[in-house]
Structures are given as C-alpha cells and as structure tokens.
Design a protein around this ligand. Structure first.
Ligand code: GCU
Length: 674
C-alpha cells in the first residue's frame, strides 16, 4: 500500500456478539442529492469495514420510495423522520429494537457519523443490543488548520510534505479522499488547507488560477460533510487587484473583496470562508491604515455574508516586541489587550480564533484570559496538534489530556456555563458560530503523522471537538482498538505510554510553566538562553538567585486579565498552581515547594525522572516486538531512540545550566554535566 489508513485500517474482530444486526442495510433515498451522497459514503464505509472486521457482506437496499415490505432485521437508515425531531443537524439517534438497528438523523451527515460510530463500536466490541442513544456534536465548528505552503513544505510540519500542494499546484488524488474519510470518521467538519502566512502563489488561491482545482477538493469534502476554507491575504486587493490600498474602510477595497468572494462561490457553492492572520509576524492588516481588527474582520465578513460564509480572525495577531531590560511589557498580555476593547463590535459571521494559551503552544501555559473575557464575540479555541513545542512528532506526546484541562478550566465568566468548553461551544452566551480548531499534524508520510502514535492526537482532536465530555483514556482506548491488532498486551502498553507521555515530556523539558528554552527558529531540543535576549518577550529571567516571570499585579499585571477568583489565585504565590509557578512568579532556587523539595531539587529530580520514564517507554515498546506489524514496530522504535537522545540532552543542559547559575548541589549527588 502507498500509505496507511491510520485508524481506518480495518482489522478482523473475533466473536463480535452483535454481528447479526449488521447484515442488511435498508433506507429510502432523500430528495436532497447531497444527503444521498453522504448516505452512499456511509454505506460504502460500513460495507468495507464490516467485510474486513466481521467477514460479512452486507446486503444494501436503498430504494427510491417505501416498498411496503418492512424489513425484520438489519440497519434501518432514516433521514428526517419523527424520531429525528429536535436533533442537531449533524446528530443522530441509534436505537436497537428486536433484530433492527434504527439510525435516525436530520441529514446525511448524521447518517455518515453514525456509520463511523457503529464501526468504532464493533472495533471496541461494544454491544449494540440494548442501545438507545442520541449523539450530537457539542461544537458546531470542528476544524483542522493546515499550515501547508504551495511549494509543498509545511510550516511546523513533522510528517513529510503537503498532500494539498506541490510546485504551486493543487493536488487532488486518493489521499484527498482518504483524508476526508479520516476527518469524517472523527466528526471534523471543516478544513483550512493553506498556511495562515499567505504569501506568493497562495495569495492567488482565491482566483480563477486555482478555483477549479479547489472545487474538486471541495466536492470530495462535501461527500463527507466537510467544508473547505482558505487562508487569505489581507493585502490581496493591492497584490492581486492592483489597488493602491487595502484599507478596510475604502469603498473600492470592499467592492474588490465582494467580487472576489462572489467568484469563489460561483465555483464552490459550499465554500466555508476565510481564516485570516493579520498584523502579525510581518503579515499585513488593518493597523497599516489605523483601523481596528473589527474593521478588518467585518470588511471580509460582509463580503462572505450573502453566501453564508464565515470569517475567522486569529487573535495571534500582534507584533509585541520588547527588549529584555523592559520588565513591564509582557507578550502574554498582548492578545487580551488588543481584543478585549473590541468585544461586541464584530459581525455575527466573524469568529475570533484564540490560541489556548496567551503565548504560543508551550507544553504548559495558563488558559488565555480572552476565554472568560470576551462575552459578545464568537470564539474558536485553537490548539496545536502539530507538536512544534512538544517533541515535533519525534517524541511521543499525547495532547488530549492537555486539551481536556483547557476545556475544563473554570473562567468564572458566568454562573452556569463558565468552563472554556461552554464558552467555545457557544453555550455560555448563546452563540452558533463557535467551536474548536487544531493546527494539523498531518503530511504525506506513509503513516500521515510521522510518529505512528501522533495519530492519536489527530484522532483525539476530532473526537474531543465532537464531545469534550469524553475522557482522555476513553479516546486513547478507542484509537488503540481501531489502530492495532487485537491484543490486551498491546492495548495496555500503548495506553500507558500515551497517558504518561505529556507529563514525561514536561518533566525533561521546561520546568513549572516557564516555557521556551528551545533552539531558536526550528524549536526542537534545548537551548536555555536561545530566546532569552530576543525581541519577542520569551524570557525566563534566570539569575543566580532564582527564575520566573513576575506577571502579578506588582509585575506585568497579566494576572489582572483573569476574572476573580482566578486573578487572585494566580497572583498569590501560595495559591498559584505549582505547575504554573514560574509562569506567574519569580521564585528563588531555595523556595520550598509543596512536595517538600526546593525548586532547585525539583528541577534536578524531574529531569532525571523524565529520562527514566522515556527509558521505561522504550523498554515497554520493545516488549511488543512479536505482536506488532514489523514496520510499525520499527518506525516507533526509531522514534523512541530519538526521544531518548533528546530527553538526555534536555536533562543535562537544563540541570547543568541551573547548577552553574545557582551553585546548589544535587542532594542525590548525580552527575550533572553537559
Ligand atoms: C508560531 C509558529 C509560527 C506560526 C505562528 C502562528 O509562532 O512558530 O510558525 O506562524 O505561531 O500561529 O501564526
């Protein structure tokens, strides 16, 4: 095979007790051809999955009109019937009665999602008898963002080249279809396929040069309930239209965007909309014209509005530069400072996309205070499945537990619905255009994600955005059962590796929320002072007495961006969660932590433990040699060896750096040297 199908590599499932319910599929064609395509794809997937998993050749009868012969066994697919009333447009109800399994939905999308649910249940050997469940997405928008460039490179990509672009051309091939299947199987319903940094040929994606080809992608996506979105260049009216300005309040600029968007919808009627990164890291934006983010976003939103399109505006859009002698400016404050005053000024089809933390996808950050701050604005939570700062898909790092913590964070923004999950799903303030997005970790590698185990993040993001109530263990378990051959030993080892991996990574890298300390530019491996004198405000401020950034009221004032009691909790060194201590406070090396260890001893111990844990994972993996397909075993083993080297380097560099700075010996007298 040219490439793996990830968790859709169906495998034999022995002795599945409810196989008898799955031998027939009956349904009636809908009057909507889009629904019929979705149902066709659902049936195709079920047929091929059940053939491989259970050895059954399903008999399919999807007729044009009711035949009168009510079947007495099998799956009954029904769109728009009474049982679907009140359901979400993408939701479904699964109900077993006698020898029948009813699937009721309001659209073909619900039927498609139910098919993947049935497949998941069979792979996990969950019973279908006795089932009566309604499943509906918690978030309306469940999206992937690709940072793919048109030359085929992927910004922060760790799994090969782009499967959307090569040599400034758009690719449409079997990967496009399999990608759509993978997305639909976990409930993802939107994909932005090009990098947020829109340059060169990518600016032209919105023009006739590329639209026919993009339509082919959009067509495939539509059959799987996915909308195609593009990142666009705010300066396009100048670069493509030859106008003198891209000022959002200029009439000609507005007309240019209107014509551009109309042309897109003429080609791609199901187009989702734009994602914009403006006024950030050298990208153009409304600031050039002394206009606000709201002016910029509304300009594009108004062009998209007549077609139902969405305008997603990223909040990572500031150029917060400083020098290290300045203790008052704080990059962590910037997103909030830029956007909080604009709450309520965005049109209803504008969505602000906010990174999970205030800085930049570090292994540990507090939740962005914009969640809980903004109240009259649609929001999307942006996380990074691509492991830029969490091991770059060489080190294993299962991120679902991190995302769960973020979603479960209580912002105290409102009484009943104060959690981040409630805010980004739109429940807190009754919004519709809300949800979650992940920077994708995929590429054209054989296994899609570089590290085979990184596919758990791809899978997990989708499942979590559909249902944030799932636990990290549940998601890991589902993924393992669908990905690996049936074996309790594989299951246990892989699950333990995944569940411990984030904590292990955190132990051997940066302590207690301080972040950075990575090699500049590519961001893999340790370099304690790599960003310490940089202009981007990425400081740890270590000196001979201690380290950490004072972000309290007395320091940069960042803590005041949170609602109470969070503001006071972070402000007070006694109540600040220890895992974030150095993010919020400057701490002496001899400060006693709750564990009874000094900060310095904590740094030494966690770094030694981190390496030991990687050794443990490597050993556990080696124990699976005879149970796993050889290629999977070898690929992952190679990565564990790289991870071990990385962990050792981190341990030795960090420990040595702080040993020399502090002059404090390790109580356990281990070798501290790099
Ligand atoms: C990070 C990342 C960049 C990316 C940026 C963004 O800074 O290193 O490559 O462009 O985030 O989110 O826009």
């Amino acid at each position: 095979m040219e490439y793996s199908q990830c968790w859709l590599n169906y495998k034999s499932v022995k002795n599945y007790q409810d196989a008898g319910l799955l031998e027939y599929i009956y349904g009636i064609k809908s009057s909507d051809s889009r629904d019929n395509r979705l149902v066709d794809n659902a049936v195709k997937e079920l047929s091929s999955a059940l053939r491989t998993m259970l050895g059954i050749d399903i008999k399919v009868e999807i007729s044009d009109c009711p035949s009168g012969n009510k079947p007495d066994r099998g799956i009954i697919l029904d769109i728009g019937g009474e049982a679907a009333e009140g359901l979400h447009e993408e939701g479904y109800r699964l109900r077993q009665e006698g020898e029948l399994l009813y699937v009721n939905a309001r659209s073909g999308k619900g039927i498609l999602y139910s098919a993947f649910d049935i497949i998941r249940k069979v792979a996990s050997k969950e019973p279908l008898r006795g089932i009566d469940r309604v499943e509906q997405p918690y978030n309306n928008l469940r999206m992937l963002n690709h940072w793919d460039n048109m030359n085929g490179d992927i910004e922060r990509g760790y799994s090969g080249k782009s499967f959307f672009f090569r040599d400034e051309e758009v690719l449409v091939n079997s990967r496009t279809l399999d990608y759509a299947r993978l997305l639909a199987s976990v409930g993802i319903n939107g994909a932005v396929i090009n990098n947020v940094n829109v340059r060169g040929a990518a600016s032209r994606l919105v023009t006739d040069r590329y639209l026919d080809k993009l339509r082919e992608i959009a067509d495939i996506f539509e059959g799987y309930g996915i909308k195609l979105y593009l990142s666009a260049n705010f300066a396009a009216p100048i670069e493509l239209g030859g106008l003198a300005t891209a000022d959002p309040l200029d009439r000609e600029v507005a007309d240019w965007w209107k014509a551009c968007v109309k042309n897109i919808y003429d080609h791609i009627p199901d187009f989702g909309g734009f994602l914009i990164k403006a006024d950030s890291e050298g990208r153009p934006g409304p600031f050039t014209y002394n206009r606000t983010h709201a002016d910029g976003a509304n300009l594009l939103a108004r062009a998209l509005k007549p077609y139902g399109g969405l305008l997603i505006w990223r909040c990572f859009v500031y150029n917060c530069q400083q020098d290290w002698r300045d203790y008052k400016t704080d990059r962590a404050r910037a997103a909030y400072d830029n956007f909080i005053g604009l709450d309520g000024l965005f049109d209803d089809n504008v969505i602000l996309q906010i990174k999970n933390g205030p800085v930049d996808f570090q292994v540990r950050e507090p939740v962005s205070p914009l969640f809980g701050g903004l109240k009259n604005t649609n929001m999307i939570l942006e996380v990074q499945a691509a492991q830029e700062y969490t091991g770059q898909q060489k080190d294993v790092c299962y991120l679902v537990p991190m995302w769960k913590e973020i979603l479960d964070f209580e912002t105290y923004a409102c009484k009943e619905y104060g959690k981040v999950a409630d805010i980004v799903s739109g429940r807190a303030y009754g919004q519709v255009n809300c949800g979650m997005a992940a920077v994708s970790n995929t590429g054209n590698d054989y296994n899609w994600t570089g590290h085979d185990l990184a596919a758990a993040n791809f899978y997990g993001f989708g499942r979590l955005s559909w249902e944030p109530g799932l636990t990290s263990e549940q998601i890991a378990a589902e993924w393992i059962r669908q990905t690996f051959p049936e074996s309790e030993q594989i299951f246990k080892v892989v699950k333990d590796i995944l569940m411990g991996s984030l904590q292990t990574y955190e132990k051997y890298t940066v302590p207690l929320g301080i972040g950075w300390m990575v090699n500049p530019s590519h961001h893999y491996g340790p370099n304690v002072d790599g960003y310490e004198y940089d202009r981007w405000g990425t400081y740890h401020r270590a000196d001979r007495n201690g380290l950490g950034v004072d972000r309290t009221r007395k320091g940069t004032g960042y803590t005041t961006q949170y609602n109470e009691p969070n503001a006071s909790m972070y402000d007070n060194i006694e109540t600040c969660p220890e895992e974030l201590l150095l993010f919020f406070h400057y701490i002496r090396y001899d400060y006693m932590l709750k564990s009874g260890k000094t900060l310095m001893q904590h740094i030494y111990d966690t770094h030694f433990e981190g390496v030991e844990e990687v050794e443990g994972m490597l050993k556990a993996w080696e124990g699976l040699k005879d149970l796993l397909p050889e290629d999977v075993y070898d690929r992952v083993l190679k990565r564990f060896n790289m991870q071990l080297n990385n962990a050792v380097e981190w341990r030795d560099r960090i420990n040595t750096y702080f040993y020399r700075k502090s002059g404090i010996d390790d109580e356990k007298h281990r070798r501290i040297y790099y």
